[in-house]
Design a protein around this ligand. Structure first.
Ligand code: SAH
Length: 367
């Protein structure tokens, strides 16, 4: 955690940090001064501290769906993307109000350089700190709160506003923004644990997406402190030669490794509600023929609990890659369902506001 914060708290009892962290997640609190359970002197000392480590640089609202994308500025001037995706609740559950999924980043830029990904084009800058990961959640938490929406941005609201304050909630988090989360293992782990401890979000409501880093996938199997969140592997092809071409991070033998790893994973995490996600970006005439479909079925049949997510490609104008036609994606979907796999087609939100991760950052950086 913040070194300076640790310095200030060095002479304080241990529970002070817990009090501070709890206050971070209270949308009615917007400064350290408002944490009245802390001694006055400590509150004074904390004044020099930014309440949020991210600052809103710009926000883009989709005109076609309930998606908003924010560019956040970090203390060192770097920019990261984070997305809010609305999901209206089913009618029978209308009491619960609106639910949102947020997509958060784990690094500034990314070193993986996947050829279909806009973030990779800028290269890797640095890991996000645990606070910067947490603060993307805190940013949206305040953003959806009624006091912000009424224009009293980050100001203290005069108490909770009946049912309304509870009506807009972030219910899911996907770590699918910029960066490779497993390469920022310690900060990611700390941030997710703090979010889990201080919100009502449960571990199965959080998905961490990775291009697959064996060293850290192994670590997850042994690390009792790594939260039991859902994991999604960006597969994109069950044929090694194809995968290698678009994912430079691919290590030979990864597909065999993945099958073995998944077996161990299902022994470690025995909960029935857990499954491994396989993400499959559909690229025309590249990984979308019958040979690739057969290979995917064969690979996926080795997993005891698996969900396949077919992703229409958001064109980032590389000129080389194109998305597969909708009918063909639907054909794959049907075929996979016929073979008894749980399979979904990702509904791409925010098409008009640079939907693919990294696209928005690049646009602003180009300017
Ligand atoms: N590095 C991690 C997380 C970031 S990418 C990973 O590789 O999983 C999150 C997801 O978005 C991945 O499944 C990735 O393949 C997908 N993605 C990246 N660029 C995309 C694009 N242009 N169109 C559609 N999906 C994309």
């Amino acid at each position: 955690m913040k070194n300076e914060l640790n310095k200030i708290l060095a002479s304080q009892p241990k529970y002070r940090l817990k009090q501070i962290i709890q206050a971070w997640f209270d949308v009615d609190k917007n400064s350290y001064e408002e944490i009245t359970t802390l001694p006055l002197e400590l509150r004074e000392e904390l004044k020099s501290f930014p309440w949020l480590t991210v600052k809103l640089h710009s926000i883009y609202k989709s005109k076609i769906d309930d998606t908003e994308k924010a560019l956040l500025e970090l203390a060192d001037g770097n920019l990261i993307e984070t997305v809010l995706m609305g999901r209206q609740n089913l009618k029978e559950d209308s009491e619960a109000g609106d639910r949102y999924t947020i997509c958060i980043s784990s690094q500034v830029g990314c070193a993986m350089n996947c050829s279909f990904c806009a973030t990779g084009k800028t290269g890797f800058k640095r890991n996000l700190t645990a606070e910067e990961i947490i603060d993307q959640y805190r940013f949206w938490q305040r953003y959806v709160s009624p006091s912000y929406q009424e224009g009293v941005a980050f100001a203290m609201s005069s108490g909770r506003m009946g049912g309304v304050a509870e009506a807009r909630q972030i219910s899911n988090i996907v770590v699918m923004g910029q960066g490779e989360p497993l390469l920022n293992y310690d900060n990611l782990k700390q941030a997710l644990n703090i979010i889990l401890q201080n919100t009502e979000i449960g571990p199965t409501k959080i998905t961490v997406s990775t291009c697959g880093i064996p060293k850290f996938m192994d670590k997850i199997l042994e690390d009792k402190e790594f939260p039991q969140v859902r994991l999604a592997i960006s597969l994109h092809s069950a044929i090694e030669e194809t995968r290698k071409k678009i994912m430079p991070s691919h290590t030979s033998g990864f597909l065999e490794y993945l099958v073995e790893w998944a077996k161990k994973y299902s022994e470690v995490i025995t909960s029935r509600s857990h499954f491994i996600g396989l993400e499959y970006l559909m690229l025309e005439n590249f990984n979308d023929d019958e040979k690739h479909l057969k290979a995917l079925k064969k690979l996926a049949s080795n997993f005891s609990r698996v969900r396949i997510n077919l992703i229409p490609y958001n064109d980032i104008s590389t000129g080389k890659l194109k998305t597969t036609a909708r009918e063909k994606i639907e054909h794959w979907h049907e075929e996979l369902m016929k073979s008894s796999f749980v399979c979904t087609i990702r509904h791409s939100q925010g098409q008009d506001i640079a939907a693919a991760c990294g696209q928005l950052c690049n646009k602003v950086l180009e300017k």
